[in-house]
Ligand binder design. Structure first.
Ligand SMILES: C[S@@+](CC[C@H](N)C(=O)[O-])C[C@H]1O[C@@H](n2cnc3c(N)ncnc32)[C@H](O)[C@@H]1O
Length: 274
């Protein structure tokens, strides 16, 4: 996809994510979830047991890490609380980065946050990181996965790690529990094509925290097959070292689907820059 077409989607998503971030803040307040309080505690981490175990096995100590599509930075800050020497979080949303900077100030950690479209990250961040983390609902926002991993690969130092904890592409065939097509008696019903190429156009919001729908700015997200994920990583000089599939949900969208443990809903991929 050419840069101009990518921008058409990512510029719109910037607006949609600014709007959604404010909704998320409101939803957290209603649930009495206070991130400022949590990140004022020494060593606080919002990462779950699967990602924590994998990151500890790889070892964060002494590493300069980055998170691309970091949203409000809670995972980026957690990486430093789990031992990373320093971290940089990148995200397109002005509101998310504003919140991330506030949390960084409160937690007093060695963390920097940059508002940028991932596709615009330039030379100043090339060859800079020992580990890049991508997690929970980030890759679906990328109109062009190959260009995305081209940027990620350039940001990694040789022998640096790429760690991804994401929705399994199998999820793209299912309706989430907040979609009209969702059938509570048959949550695993295949509804969408695994090979869909056109973008999903969203106009009812991205409130996965509060679960509300609202008339929103238009957002665009994308289906990426496992083939596309693997080839985009390997094709950009990152050797895939490990790939592990799980049956648990990593968002609040597939809670009913995970109950039977029958289908892959998430995965961890570890790669190394050659
Ligand atoms: C579902 S969040 C994933 C982040 C994190 N795992 C979380 O749950 O908070 C997706 C993030 O990707 C960001 N994003 C979407 N498109 C982007 C782009 N082109 N460049 C940088 N960030 C982008 C959004 O602003 C949003 O914060």
């Amino acid at each position: 996809m050419c840069k101009r077409d990518i921008k058409k989607y990512t510029d719109a998503n910037r607006e949609a994510w600014n709007e959604a971030t404010l909704k998320h803040q409101q939803a957290r307040a209603e649930k009495n979830k206070n991130l400022k309080e949590e990140f004022s505690q020494k060593g606080y981490s919002s990462l779950d047991k699967y990602e924590t175990a994998k990151l500890k096995e790889i070892g964060l100590t002494g590493k300069r890490v980055a998170q691309v599509c970091c949203n409000n930075g809670q995972e980026t800050l957690s990486l430093v609380n789990l031992g990373a020497e320093s971290a940089v979080g990148f995200d397109i949303s002005d509101e998310a980065i504003k919140e991330a900077r506030e949390l960084a100030k409160i937690s007093n950690l060695n963390c920097e946050f940059v508002r940028t479209d991932i596709y615009d990250i330039g030379e100043e961040y090339y060859d800079s990181f020992d580990l890049i983390y991508i997690t929970i609902g980030a890759m679906g926002w990328m109109p062009d996965l190959n260009r995305y991993f081209s940027v990620v690969s350039k940001m990694l130092r040789t022998d640096g790690y790429l760690v991804i904890y994401e929705h399994h592409p199998f999820c793209y065939m299912l309706a989430t529990n907040r979609e009209d097509g969702f059938e509570p008696d048959d949550p695993l019903k295949i509804i969408y094509s695994y090979f869909r190429t056109e973008p999903w156009v969203g106009n009812d919001g991205i409130d996965y925290i509060g679960g509300t729908k609202y008339e929103s700015k238009t957002s665009y997200d994308f289906t990426h097959t496992l083939t596309a994920v693997i080839n985009s990583i390997a094709g950009n000089g990152i050797r895939i070292k490990e790939f592990t599939e799980y049956s648990h949900d990593i968002s609040l969208g597939f809670t009913e689907h995970e109950k039977e443990g029958k289908v892959p809903l998430s995965y961890i991929l570890v790669g190394v820059k050659e």
